[in-house]
Write a protein that binds this ligand. Structure first.
Ligand SMILES: Nc1ncnc2c1ncn2[C@@H]1O[C@H](COP(=O)(O)OP(=O)(O)O)[C@@H](O)[C@H]1O
Ligand SMILES: [Mg+2]
Length: 303
């Protein structure tokens, strides 16, 4: 194995020793011409649940191709398979079928390389709550094998952009609001670059103010950072505001994929409906997102 930053061969790329390559990778983008940030082909994941061992197909034959630099939304009701898909891509779950590549690295055969460029932020980000943001970020930097001083400077800069001043960085995380903790989680995920940032419902459960803050930050990332972002949401406004393209997922399947504008135009042209994401969502899933909190009465085909 040549290393973590192995890249497609280009005639001009010199072979660098690993520490140097790592440092360079932070300064300029890795050559990834034509290589998508995320490629998923016919991915399937089943769970076997309950006393009856009834299989649930959480992710069903999903294919995605996400170019570098995009903010890509996975929009779906609760239980539609969003988190499972994210956890598969971040190598926390194994695939039952299909394959996934991250910046050209196969997630099964090159797991370590993938782990370096992938960062997942889930609703309940794993943190050492007794430690300060600063300590948490330093810990993460060590985990990634980064220079601690540089990581610290990067972290401070990122957090400043998030509205978290340096003074607050030494207080235990558990004393901060959830919105604040979520921002620190995103900052931690940005320490490595280039990065495929997987944000699993990054704003769910946040108060309205923190939600807008975090959304604004994600928008800013698109413009300023070398990040490709996949975010899941069941918030139509959020999807519309943030995402370059959206996949609508229903019962584990991608039922439609397009830009928000194209999705809206399509339902208007084809069905004569109001040009909104809401009508697009209802058209393609047969569901409304508003009443997704109840159990969406899955067909009971018990034997
Ligand atoms: N670890 C698990 N064990 C069993 N079933 C699971 C597990 N994780 C998810 N599921 C099931 O897979 C389906 C998709 O869940 P999930 O990916 O969490 O959806 P979402 O994130 O869109 O709410 C649901 O039916 C859920 O109950
Ligand atoms: Mg989920």
């Amino acid at each position: 194995m040549t290393g973590l930053l192995e890249q497609p061969k280009t005639d001009s790329a010199p072979q660098l020793s690993l520490p140097m390559a790592q440092r360079q990778a932070r300064l300029r983008p890795i050559e990834t011409d034509g290589v998508p940030a995320l490629l998923a082909e016919r991915v399937t994941k089943r769970f076997v649940v309950g006393r009856k061992r009834k299989p649930v197909v959480a992710v069903n034959d999903v294919s995605l191709r996400i170019p570098r630099g995009e903010i890509y939304g996975i929009l779906g009701a609760n239980g539609s398979g969003k988190s499972t898909l994210i956890r598969l891509v971040s190598t926390l779950l194994t695939l039952d079928a299909g394959r996934v590549e991250v910046f050209g690295h196969d997630i099964e055969r090159e797991e370590m390389a993938v782990k370096r460029v992938i960062n997942r932020v889930s609703v309940d980000a794993a943190f050492f709550k007794k430690l300060s943001p600063h300590e948490n970020l330093t810990y993460a930097a060590r985990l990634y094998g980064m220079d601690a001083g540089q990581a610290k400077r990067d972290a401070i800069e990122i957090l400043a952009r998030l509205g978290i001043g340096e003074k607050r960085l030494s207080r235990p995380l558990e004393q901060m609001s959830r919105g604040m903790q979520q921002k620190v989680a995103i900052a931690r995920a940005l320490l490595t670059s280039p990065t495929l940032l997987l944000l699993d419902e990054p704003t769910t459960g946040l108060d309205p103010r923190s939600k807008l803050d975090v959304q604004a930050f994600i928008e800013e990332l698109r413009d300023t950072h070398d990040a490709t972002i996949v975010l899941t949401t069941h918030d139509l406004d959020e999807a519309e505001r943030l995402c370059d393209r959206i996949a609508v997922i229903n019962d584990g399947r991608v039922v439609v994929e397009d830009t928000p504008d194209a999705l809206k135009a399509k339902v208007a042209a084809e069905r004569g409906l109001a040009p909104t994401l809401e009508s697009a969502f209802m058209t393609y899933t047969g569901k409304s997102l508003d009443d997704d909190l109840g159990d969406d009465d899955k067909d009971d085909d018990d034997e």
